[in-house]
Design a protein around this ligand. Sequence first.
Ligand SMILES: C[S@@+](CC[C@H](N)C(=O)[O-])C[C@H]1O[C@@H](n2cnc3c(N)ncnc32)[C@H](O)[C@@H]1O
Length: 280
Amino acid sequence: MNYRHHYHAGGAADVFKHALLVLQLAHLTRKSKGLLVLDSHAGAGRYDLEGPAARKTGEWRLGIGRLWAEPRPHPSLVPYLEAVGRATAGHRQGRCYVGSALLIAACLRPQDRLICAERQPQDAAELARLMAGRANVRVLASDGYAALKAHLPPPERRGLVLIDPPYETEAEAERAVKALSAAHRRFATGGYFLWYPIKARAEADRLLAQVKATGIRRVLVAEVLPFAEPRPFRLNGSGLVMVNPAHGLAETLRDLLPWLARRLAREGEGGCRVAWLVGE
Ligand SMILES: C[S@@+](CC[C@H](N)C(=O)[O-])C[C@H]1O[C@@H](n2cnc3c(N)ncnc32)[C@H](O)[C@@H]1O
């Protein structure tokens, strides 16, 4: 297992996933009661966009780089861009990009908690360094699936779980859906975001069928495809399975995603989709 997110940080998939994450958190933090966010595959926290990995792929230039260059971003993206700005304060724009954990931390209040798990030792150490001094954040240098078992349901009885595995093996999709299902059995009122890659359509549809077969209800699916014409064996786009999404999120996304897909498109218009996989 040698996935390193440094090559992909700030790319189209990150922008899509992080923008939706911030929208959900903005809704959850409207109520004063505290909540728990559990980020089971957290990554390093912050990524150097001028380092060798980011320079090698240049993915961020086709992701966050495009939004930074946008004079009038879509209004629903403003909370995300502001959160990125807070999480990278002190660095000039274009110097670095945030991981999910730092972005989440930038959206939370003192009464909220964040638990993030990262199995790769160097990335976990870097994340722990960045989070030092934040009393409401715990970094676990261990398996994220075990963290789901250990920390759900949270005493707050409110929260959001992000499951964002690297899908390095064929078995990972099934493992992630099983983990989602088990977590949901223990904490059914929680929100869940499961990210998935879209290479072959059939593979993504298999994951969605597995989610449907869990019996979980209120499941919204959103996808953005910078490559609307599928290229075999390549990442053509990505999606999010969202369990218990914020009220109104589906409508917000129907307006936002066509705009975002156009900005992130690598050819033509780009594609997108928002649909309920399972209703109430
Ligand atoms: C796609 S990246 C995460 C990106 C991050 N969530 C973000 O949005 O910025 C996946 C991460 O999961 C880590 N990882 C892989 N298997 C893991 C496991 N079983 N438990 C925890 N972390 C794992 C990898 O080292 C990698 O950093």
